[in-house]
Design a protein around this ligand. Structure first.
Ligand SMILES: O=C(O)CCC(=O)C(=O)O
Ligand SMILES: [Fe+2]
Length: 332
């Protein structure tokens, strides 16, 4: 089989760029690999060996995998309607809203109450199977939020984020945290599909020494400019089209950037983080008590939760911090 044949992707590739490896010369795409589970895999809630192997290889090599057609559209639509309306509420707060890098990108939690909590979205068994295979049994789910790319407005003309890594602290050099992103609508370059720089999670491309901005600053984790130009020549970025119903899993160390949304539709992307079971981060979710039976009935993940009364959950979930104000580091 040819070297391109062995690396054939299930999506059409925009560009194929040569990358030098120690012993071989291979071609790596700037676009992510997508796997589409079979009907049998979907009804079992588990990938078979071949698709699981692809997902794990892709997370090791690219730091990202797309799994398509895993979430029913009706589940996404119901949550999207609520989150689009919440995004407008946050936007009306002006500079006081929890924005990331620029005011066109809002950090926004989903409503943590029963009627918006679909397990296909928040506890997707295939997502958990993949993160478990990478991180070890029972990853810890301790962050549940989202990023909303807002349509152009006079206060927020379309603007891109700087290329950054969300791991803006001294971190392990092996996989410790995976972000499970769920787009609530189809993502395209027009509505601000996230720019991703595949293969940037390890070695000299990863760590504090290549970043600018200290943790806790609004614009932390920025990748130094000369490195961007260097990396662009080896393996550049892409803004993939991601179909509605997909889940995108990526390493927390991946270089990426929120992009301008030039459409009239708010573009919401959920962001949940699964940490390795050995990773000692003390964060907890805050959920309404009416979700206790759902969380207690699942065994895929550890879910440390501060349970609060429903009214309290509803009153608080739109009052959170901006993305880089969260501390994803270990405490001890
Ligand atoms: O909204 C996006 O596409 C990405 C946002 C992001 O990376 C961030 O705010 O840290
Ligand atoms: Fe980010």
């Amino acid at each position: 089989m040819s070297s391109i044949g062995t690396l054939a992707r299930s999506t059409i590739r925009a560009r194929l760029l040569p990358i030098s490896f120690a012993n071989s010369r291979r071609f790596a795409s700037t676009l992510p690999l997508t796997i589409k589970p079979s009907i049998t895999e979907l009804s079992a809630g588990r990938l078979g060996e071949r698709n699981l192997e692809k997902a794990i290889r892709s997370l090791h090599e690219d730091d990202l995998i797309v799994v398509s057609d895993v979430i029913p559209h009706a589940h996404l639509d119901q949550l999207n309607a609520k989150m689009v309306s919440d995004a407008r509420t946050l936007q009306a707060r002006g500079k006081d809203m929890p924005f990331n890098y620029n005011v066109g990108n809002i950090q926004q939690d989903p409503p943590p109450v029963k009627e918006y909590f679909e397990s296909s979205i928040f506890l997707n068994p295939i997502a958990s199977q993949i993160t478990t295979s990478m991180l070890g049994p029972k990853p810890k789910w301790t962050f549940c939020s989202g990023n909303s790319a807002m349509p152009p407005a006079s206060v927020s003309p379309p603007q891109r984020q700087p290329v950054h890594a969300d791991a803006d602290f001294a971190h392990p050099t092996h996989p410790f945290a995976l972000v499970v992103n769920v787009p609530l609508i189809q993502f395209t370059p027009g509505n601000g599909s996230t720019e991703v720089w595949l293969g940037t999670h390890t070695g000299e491309l990863s760590g504090l020494q290549i970043q600018e901005g200290a943790h806790g600053e609004r614009a932390s984790g920025r990748i130094q400019k000369p490195l961007l130009e260097q990396r662009r020549r080896a393996r550049g970025p892409s803004q993939p089209v991601i179909e509605k119903g997909s889940i995108v899993i990526r390493d927390l160390r991946l270089w990426h950037a929120g992009m301008p949304n030039t459409t009239q539709d708010v573009r919401v992307m959920l962001a949940m983080i699964h940490f390795a079971p050995w990773y000692r981060n003390p964060m907890r979710l805050e959920l309404a008590e009416d979700l206790k039976p759902t969380i207690n009935a699942q065994y895929d993940l550890q879910v440390p939760v501060n349970w609060v009364r429903r009214e309290e959950a509803e009153a608080r979930y739109l009052n959170r911090g901006f993305g880089n104000s969260y501390d994803f580091n270990q405490t001890v």
